[in-house]
Design a protein around this ligand. Structure first.
Ligand SMILES: Cc1ncc(COP(=O)(O)O)c(C=O)c1O
Length: 457
């Protein structure tokens, strides 16, 4: 590595505390990425990688989009910022309108945030606000799910259900209830997927009845549990849980931070794939394709109308907001992202190539013993590892626990980046990936798994 890069690496090691960094060690060894193009990243040593995770499930339209760079630069020159408290800007107003045309049904009111976490925070705060305005202030409890991930602020991490992430970090202990993991792979051989679905839906209903429907404000769920390991709920689950929520007048927040903006071949997946219309949708990531931070909490007209019609004579201030809500530069980048997705017909492209992508994932699952589950939907995928039967107990445990990082290392040296999560690795490449590039990606992955499987036999 060139000396200048060594120096920068040292600066990084000394001063940059990365997300999810292991702080037990002095050493951090992050690869220095210096350039990007299409679906590829280049490091300081000149190595070229397919970006398997698409950044962090976000670089949907791929790298090196000069149109976006130009739009950002031009908006910076014209108007880099204007306070959303006292003014509005053309990009923010246009983007709010555009989003209202992409969301299902009457989800037409957009609250802009800085990222996915603040979109979830704002959704929860809006739910509390809504019931306070309606003089139902006892309706406060949020029901969330084990293995869900909704962000890293105190509130969004508190509605997240990944126990390991809470080991050394405190979260809010009151006002949030959890229901168990929906992963259909956890069911025993005597339980059908339909029965599993009914069990999970009944559990939600029981939780609502135990807590008291007059105390439960909202249910929050990702259409597909993303960081939880690309877990697809059993068929019909979302619609049935939505029906339970309606029955007890509980709001449904659909967290589409990962599944929005084409990842599953549609702008949003709640209605198009899972047949229900939530009260609130949260999004971020693909909204600007990772070129600049932005998120949004999109609220139904009917909730806004209820607030306006409430018999509350006070000023109803939604006292929640960010200096950068509706940031004109981010809004301009988002509008350009959406324009590119429309002009290049990226949703149709995903619908066309996703079956091939999924076939290649399933193929790996069928080929290798060390893969317990190979799953996905759209351009989302996950390989979950497990020990080969010939291993002794220690090796088996080590393998299970490190499967993600072992595969990641084997793939990285062959030119493919993945995202390891304990015993899994997940991938969500830029949506512009071609069929040939999908084959290249899975050929590399195949080779990487072969090495790992051999090593552990
Ligand atoms: C489903 C989901 N919701 C919310 C978030 C939080 O988004 P951000 O990291 O932009 O705050 C994430 C991040 O990965 C996510 O996967």
């Amino acid at each position: 590595m060139a000396p200048v890069t060594d120096k920068i690496k040292n600066l990084d090691t000394k001063h940059f505390l990365h997300p999810w960094q292991d702080c037990s060690s002095e050493l951090s060894d992050y690869n220095m990425i210096v350039r990007s193009e299409g679906i590829y990243l280049y490091d300081a040593n000149g190595n070229k990688y397919i970006d398997g995770p698409g950044g962090m499930w976000c670089v949907n339209i791929g790298y090196g989009r000069k149109e976006i760079a130009k739009e950002i630069a031009s908006q910076c020159e014209k108007l880099p910022y204007s306070s959303p408290w006292f003014s509005s800007t053309e990009p923010a107003a246009r983007l709010a309108h555009k989003l209202s045309t992409l969301t299902p049904s009457d989800l037409n009111t957009v609250f802009f945030t800085t990222c996915g976490s603040t979109a979830l925070d704002s959704a929860i705060r809006f739910v509390h606000f809504y019931f306070n305005c309606l003089n139902q202030s006892e309706k406060k409890i949020i029901i969330a799910r084990e293995k869900g991930y909704h962000g890293s602020t105190l509130l969004s991490s508190s509605i997240s259900g990944k126990e390991r992430d809470k080991r050394y970090l405190d979260t809010i202990g009151t006002g949030i209830e959890f229901v168990s993991d929906v992963n259909p792979n956890l069911r025993n051989s005597e339980t059908s997927e339909k029965e599993w679905c009914e069990i999970k839906v009944s559990e939600l209903e029981k939780k609502i009845l135990d807590v008291g429907p007059d105390k439960v404000a909202a249910f929050v769920a990702e259409p597909v549990l993303a960081s939880g390991g690309v877990i697809l709920p059993p068929k019909g689950y979302h619609l049935m849980t939505w029906e339970v929520c309606k029955k007890y007048k509980i709001l449904y927040i659909s967290d589409e931070v990962v599944t929005g903006f084409g990842r599953l071949g549609h702008w949003f997946s709640s209605e198009e794939i899972f047949d229900f219309v939530p009260d609130i949708i949260t999004c971020a990531k693909g909204l600007t394709s990772g070129y600049i931070p932005m998120g949004a909490t999109i609220i139904s007209d009917s909730l806004m109308k209820d607030i306006k019609a409430s018999k509350n004579n006070n000023e109803l201030l939604f006292a929640n907001g960010f200096t950068y809500s509706g940031h004109p530069v981010a809004a301009a980048a988002a509008l350009k992202t959406i324009e590119i997705m429309e002009s290049e017909k990226i949703l149709q492209h995903v619908q066309e190539i996703a079956p091939h992508f999924q076939k290649r994932i399933k193929g790996l699952g069928e080929k290798y013993n060390c893969i317990r589950h190979a799953r996905g939907i759209g351009l989302l995928g996950c390989l979950e590892g497990h020990s080969d039967k010939n291993l002794n107990e220690d090796d088996r445990l080590a393998f299970d626990h490190h499967f993600g990082s072992i595969i990641d290392k084997a793939a990285e040296k062959r030119g493919l980046l993945l995202r390891p999560i304990i015993n899994m690795c997940v991938f969500s490449p830029p949506l512009i990936i071609t069929k040939t590039e999908i084959d290249l990606m899975f050929d590399i992955l195949d080779d990487a798994v072969l090495e790992v499987e051999k090593h552990f036999q």
